[in-house]
Ligand binder design. Sequence first.
Ligand SMILES: [Ca+2]
Length: 390
Amino acid sequence: MKFPNAFLIVLAILTLSLCSSFSAPLPQIKLTPTFTKQDIKLPVALAIPPDDSARLFLVQQFGKITILPRNRSSADSSTFLDLTDRPLIEKQFEEGLLGLAFHPDYAENRKFYIYYTLQDPKQSILSEMQCSADDPSKADPSTERILLRVPQPFWNHNSGNITFGPDGYLYIAIGDGGSANDPQRFSQNTFVHNGKILRIDVNTRSGNRPYGLPADNPFLNKPGYHPEIFALGLRNPWGISFHPKTQELWAADVGQSAYEEINIITKGGNYGWSHDEATHPAKAHRDPPPKKTPFIDPIHEYDRRSGTSITGGLHYRGKAVPALQGQYIYGDWGFGNLWALHHKDGKTTNQKIFTRPSSQNKFRPTAFVEDEKGELLILSHGGQIFTISE
Ligand SMILES: [Ca+2]
């Protein structure tokens, strides 16, 4: 009689361990348009200032930042910043106003940061600006202070995602300079800022620079390296976010012609482009890879059967779909499909949670952001904003 009991105990342990190593099937989600009375064009980013106003600032690629109304059915909106009179912007479709981040002390200093492209010659600009001292709904462009100017030889791969880390430093994602297959080998070139994630301190100054260099930047005093470089070997990182618990920096990287990838960015890490495309040798050109530097593989990749251009997301903390909590929600700009990825202790699960129907064929996710209540909003390049539900 002892054997059956022991057998049952072993069976129970086996069952428990199997259950814990596979994640339960996740629900398919529905997308519902919100802010439907707004005239939204080419939304690419959204940020909430860290004050108590709970306002959503929408970045539209053609050069405008709009404050969305608190009442989501309202047609009201107000323009916070308008750069459309500059020789910007969105001349071709990966150019324009691409990033916005509010200073952690915005409530006191009214400072925010924007990333945009200019023409003639093509370049990316990272600027600091302040909100008007008199009107919290208006930026004051006369306060602009250019922090960084990065030449862009081609129109594509500007990236432009910017965000403050939990360390208070500003992280800047910059693509490889464009064209295809990184023709100038910028991503592995440590004398240029292209194809990198940079990290700067906006509160100090280092030498002649209009910003400071964090003392623990990985290449700070290393000859042959720009000291702003935090990670290299990226192609067009689109969608960077910090894990709310582990504080890891997650970055999607758009592939060339075969693979899309999700990376956990470590300080000083080299993510392989343009020797590798995800975990595969890049097809178009392969210089001998530098032997001394091992490339860091993505934690997840997918091929052309699943999509053509990844949009990085965030770790879900909303209440609308409780089963998704703690999952990394991301999508594909080309196919319009969405997935939930979970990665812990070296194990990764990935489940599709939305398949774009033909009735929503303009759904092309450009950004996954939290609203003022921590619920997920998904921006679509077609000019819409969506909430999610089961
Ligand atoms: Ca890579």
